[in-house]
Design a protein around this ligand. Structure first.
Ligand SMILES: Cc1cc2nc3c(=O)[nH]c(=O)nc-3n(C[C@H](O)[C@H](O)[C@H](O)COP(=O)(O)OP(=O)(O)OC[C@H]3O[C@@H](n4cnc5c(N)ncnc54)[C@H](O)[C@@H]3O)c2cc1C
Length: 482
């Protein structure tokens, strides 16, 4: 059922068993999974049914550090959330992404891949992708990895009718959570503002047994920082709040000649590779996805081979011979990279306020020297693995070989993936939520979405987000049944 919250009187209170805020992949998956179990859910969505400028304006903020996308363009504030313009690439995190690492230093997750695997099939069904990811070993050090591409599922479109018709779910659009109301041992209510068509604002509240914030990988931190600023700094454990924010930086790292593809590694002139877990560990590098695209331009391939002829004449000649037989292609190598969690990369509150009274976001984001070193090590290991497997040769770009050279901003900088800020862990001293996604110290407040990731691997996050929401639905249903 869809409620028109603009008709609520000022100070109105709505009661629900569970209140979920945010209707993107995280919140919608959770709200639907609970409603399907006949649990009464109120779903709050800040935006309207479709994207609009007035709503996007509330996402504007400032970025300090490396070049990054405008924050009001990097996500969608409307029904269905950012799934309204995601690209649909899906892959689960690797099992080793959940483990702690000493070099480079990275905390582990309090859960493992085995805790999410039971939710893979259901998540794949929601995203309309196959649920098998059969990576293929190539030589001893490489994997030819698999991504599946969702149509892409737009959560707003796909679940609009469900929200309108399901008897256990009530949806309020244009209803933004603007603060938490603390109660004994938890949260008593959420404070909500609904904007009517004429710009008038109605303030009302939701009371519930359990609350889940699924506001996206920046807004979860923003709202909780604001709650701390208004209710005393320790309502939410402050040590890690907003911090350890991560993206998947992307770079052009190399050019390649590929001279044999006996096993059909390339599909539509493209293949994804990663280091095997053992090779990754040996390299001391970060977990990277290498995307190798065969070039459409023979001139560039010839130029690449000419370079090879100078540097390694015998190799160049072999390549030249194969080229005559149409076996060689030039290829560009791009990398989508894990980023190390760094407390300095954080969501913070700025001085400027938006029209609902919330401080605008200031996002501090830099790629550190350790990130850069981790990329270089992994790219070197890829080059060795590529040659050893007899697929071809890589020519690494100058910036990879010489860390005094600036990283060129030649592609898309990052992947539009917002992770961290409210990370999962066992202690409030260095995390915000526990293994069940419950905010430390607050009995009935949970978080959903990639803000809870303690590390991000290289896999696009949405499949993991949906798996986590399905797991959270199980957990909440069990709690409520007690
Ligand atoms: C261009 C682009 C391409 C992408 N491609 C991929 C890809 O190929 N693969 C992949 O895995 N990921 C991709 N992503 C990332 C993907 O979109 C996100 O991982 C995913 O949408 C996150 O889901 P979410 O529900 O956590 O957050 P969101 O989708 O951002 O949803 C958050 C929801 O909360 C609402 N909200 C915010 N604040 C409030 C508030 N105060 N009160 C109430 N509601 C609120 C928002 O309006 C929104 O509906 C891409 C993103 C972009 C921008």
């Amino acid at each position: 059922m869809i409620l028109d919250a603009s008709t609520f009187p000022e100070g109105h209170v709505v009661r629900a068993r569970v209140c979920v805020a945010g209707s993107g992949p995280a919140g919608m998956t959770l709200a639907r999974a609970l409603a399907l179990r006949r649990i009464d859910v109120l779903l709050l969505e800040a935006g309207g049914p479709e994207p609009d400028d007035a709503s996007q304006q509330l996402y504007a903020g400032r970025v300090e550090g490396d070049p990054y996308f405008e924050l009001d363009l990097a996500r969608l504030r409307c029904f269905g959330g950012t799934s309204g313009h995601w690209a649909g690439y899906c892959r689960p995190l690797d099992a080793h992404d959940f483990l702690p690492r000493a070099d480079p230093p990275r905390p582990g997750w309090p859960i493992g891949r085995a805790d999410l695997d039971p939710f893979l099939a259901a998540a794949a069904e929601i995203l309309e992708i196959p649920d098998r990811f059969a990576d293929r070993p190539v030589g001893s050090d490489l994997l030819r990895t698999v991504f599946h591409v969702s149509p892409p599922v737009r959560f707003g479109e796909k679940y609009r009718a469900f929200c309108a018709e399901d008897p256990h779910l009530r949806l309020c659009l244009r209803s933004a959570v603007v603060n938490l109301v603390p109660g004994a041992g938890g949260i008593r209510a959420l404070e909500v503002v609904t904007e009517a068509g004429d710009g008038a604002q109605r303030r009302w509240q939701v009371e519930a047994d359990d609350f889940v914030l699924a506001l996206g990988g920046i807004e979860n931190s923003r709202l909780l920082l604001w709650a701390n600023a208004t209710h005393g700094q320790a309502l939410i454990p402050p040590a890690a709040l907003g911090r350890y924010w991560m993206e998947h930086p992307t770079f052009s790292v190399a050019e390649a000649v590929v001279w044999r593809d006996p096993d059909g590694l390339f599909v539509n002139d493209q293949a994804f590779f990663a280091l095997s877990p053992a090779a990754l560990e040996r390299s001391g590098g970060l977990n990277l996805s290498f995307d190798i695209d065969v070039m459409a331009y023979p001139d560039q391939t010839r130029a690449l081979i000419a370079d090879l002829m100078c540097a390694a004449p015998a190799l160049g000649q072999a390549v030249m011979d194969a080229f005559g037989k149409n076996l060689v292609c030039g290829a560009r190598v791009h990398a989508q990279c894990e980023q190390l969690p760094d407390a300095a990369n954080r969501v913070a509150l700025g001085e400027a306020r938006d029209r609902l009274g919330l401080p605008r976001v200031v996002l501090h984001w830099r790629k550190s020297a350790a990130d850069r070193a981790g990329v270089t090590r992994a790219v070197m290991a890829l080059a060795e693995g590529f040659a050893a497997a007899g697929i071809g040769r890589l020519r690494l770009l100058d910036w990879v070989l010489d860390d005094r050279r600036p990283i060129p901003v030649d592609r898309v900088m990052a992947s539009w993936h917002h992770m961290g800020g409210t990370r999962m862990g066992n202690s409030p001293a260095d995390s915000v939520v526990d293994a069940q996604l419950r905010v430390h110290g607050l009995g009935n407040l949970h978080l959903a979405g990639s803000s809870v990731f303690p590390s991000g691997g290289y896999a696009n996050p949405t499949l993991t987000i949906v798996q986590l929401s399905l797991r959270l639905a199980d957990h909440l249903a069990t709690r409520l049944a007690r």
